[in-house]
Design a binder for this molecule. Structure first.
Ligand code: PRP
Ligand code: URA
Length: 219
């Protein structure tokens, strides 16, 4: 595929992670010698580190708490519980990283697969927590390639009433970021690393191969 320039940055809701721990773990998952067990562990840890960053604006409210010394007012997360929505299959690998941070989060699922020839996404499952319109929604997928799957998933969420949406991916191609931002400019996109380009099979280069196969040990 022809080289595509990335058109958007932090001022457009597109945030690339710079933390050395995230970069280190991304190198580990790129390595074709990294086995399923280590791969899954790294995906979970990267999701947790990215979630820590992406959730920095969660609303807080002061509640009363009694310490061993005295009563005081202290902040806790406010509002309706967070909704986590992994895109099946590979997004599942990131869920435990986010629930480690927010154990009370509700979890929805969107099932999409990419047609191997057209690279267009096909939906096979969608179940979201209600009331979705009152929740901050974190959509998870390690790979943002053409952007077709992410755009479709967020289309579904919006059709069900979802509004406040953040998208977390570990590796993205410029094509995917451009397409997702153009379709859903209100969605914050957090990306672990922006790679060079897509190849003729719409795989991210250098990428990490097929994320679902590497998480689940299929091929
Ligand atoms: C992969 C990946 C994304 C999608 C990205 O899933 O996990 O969902 O491709 O590609 P796109 O940006 O071009 O849409 P895949 O369709 O291979 O399904 P799987 O997770 O079940 O393997
Ligand atoms: N899906 C993947 O798992 N990897 C890619 O590089 C592109 C789409």
């Amino acid at each position: 595929m022809a080289y595509v320039e990335l058109k958007y940055g932090p001022e457009d809701n597109v945030f690339e992670e710079k933390h050395p721990l995230i970069q280190h773990k991304i190198t580990m998952i790129r390595d074709k010698e990294t086995g399923t067990n280590e791969f899954r562990k790294c995906i979970e840890e990267i999701a947790m580190l990215m979630g820590y960053d992406a959730l920095r604006d969660l609303p807080l409210e002061d509640v009363e708490v009694e310490t061993p010394i005295e009563k005081t007012m202290s902040p806790m997360i406010a509002g309706k519980k967070l909704a986590i929505v992994p895109i099946l299959r590979a997004g599942l690998g990131m869920v435990s990283g986010i629930t480690a941070l927010v154990p009370s989060a509700k979890i929805g699922h969107i099932g999409l697969y990419r047609d191997e020839t057209t690279h267009e996404p096909h939906e096979y499952y969608c179940k979201l927590p209600t009331p979705i319109e009152l929740r901050t929604i974190i959509v998870l997928d390690p790979m943002l390639a053409t952007g077709g799957s992410a755009v479709s998933a967020i289309d579904f969420i919006k059709q069900h009433g979802g509004r406040h949406i953040k998208f977390l991916c570990i590796i993205a191609a410029p094509e995917g970021i451009n397409r997702l931002h153009e379709a859903h400019p209100d969605v914050e996109i957090y990306v672990g690393h922006i790679d060079r380009e897509l190849n003729d099979n719409a795989y991210i280069c250098p990428g990490l191969g097929d994320a679902g196969d590497r998480i689940f040990g299929t091929k």
